[in-house]
Design a protein around this ligand. Structure first.
Ligand code: 5RP
Length: 258
């Protein structure tokens, strides 16, 4: 019976995993269908949800439904996926203004502030998405929260030079002291689970410290400002006041929050 229970459970897990994957695909495709038009400069996000938006852009370019798209990827992973799909790529150096950027998120609060960077791509994501006329966020409903912080650690990208000093400085900020535990990300930069003996390194050659909060962050914009002012912090995963719309996949279908 134990084996039967286990195999039933694993079938259930597979079904859940598949439907979760299906939800990601639905929001990824919808974002492209609703917001990307021919002739646009488009920011391509990073992660397992953004993957489907990139896939859709490639598919529509191939079928001719979209033409003359120029895309800016937010990570090496996304760049490689886009290249495989034949999506023409440019950089911010030649195109500082984007029509639209599409990306996933780790947490979304009621004011549409985000935690991003679970995949370690927060710096390039912010640099690209801040330059977009429209920033479209694609998530499943598990990413919605009442307050940022306790549900997902806030990643902060820091220089390797004197990173322990920078971690201490961050931990002493008024918005962090006594409120969070800073943990240096180990293993792969794309996972905030300690999964290796090596310090995780981002696409930009930096480290990530994940700030683990027990309580919701009272004032995300204030914390964002404090973090940004620390010498040694390159950027952080609080994306405040940037979101145009969030496309949410849930058990009742797809909804949009603006
Ligand atoms: C990567 C990110 C991702 O957008 C975020 O982690 C969500 O990823 P996923 O769609 O795989 O849950 O910020 O740095």
């Amino acid at each position: 019976p134990a084996v039967t229970v286990r195999s039933q459970q694993s079938r259930l897990n597979m079904a859940t995993a598949l439907s979760q994957e299906e939800l990601k695909k639905q929001v990824g495709y919808k974002a492209v269908d609703d917001y990307v038009k021919s002739g646009q400069v488009v920011g391509l996000g990073t992660g397992s949800t953004a993957y489907y938006a990139v896939e859709r852009v490639g598919e529509k370019l191939k079928s001719g439904e979209l033409k003359d798209i120029l895309a800016i990827p937010t990570s090496i992973r996304t760049k490689e996926q886009a290249e495989e799909l034949g999506i023409p790529l440019v950089t911010l150096d030649t195109h500082s203004k984007l029509d639209v950027a599409i990306d996933g998120a780790d947490e979304v609060d009621p004011g549409l502030n985000l935690v991003k960077g679970g995949g370690g791509a927060l710096l390039r994501e912010k640099m690209v998405e801040i330059c977009a006329d429209k920033f479209i966020v694609i998530v499943d409903e598990s990413k919605l929260c009442d307050g940022l912080g306790p549900g997902f650690p806030v990643p902060v990208e820091i220089t390797p030079f004197c990173h322990e000093h920078t971690m201490r400085t961050v931990g002493d900020l008024s918005t962090c002291k006594g409120k969070c535990k800073p943990v240096l990300r180990m293993g792969s930069s794309s996972s905030n689970q300690p999964d290796g003996d090596e310090i995780a390194v981002t696409d930009n050659g930096n480290y990530i410290v994940d700030l683990h909060f027990d309580e919701p962050i009272a004032d995300p914009p204030k914390m964002a400002e404090e973090l940004k002012n620390v010498c040694g912090v390159v950027d952080h995963g609080l994306f405040c006041g940037m979101t145009t719309a969030v496309i949410i996949a849930g058990s009742d279908g797809i909804s949009v929050k603006k």
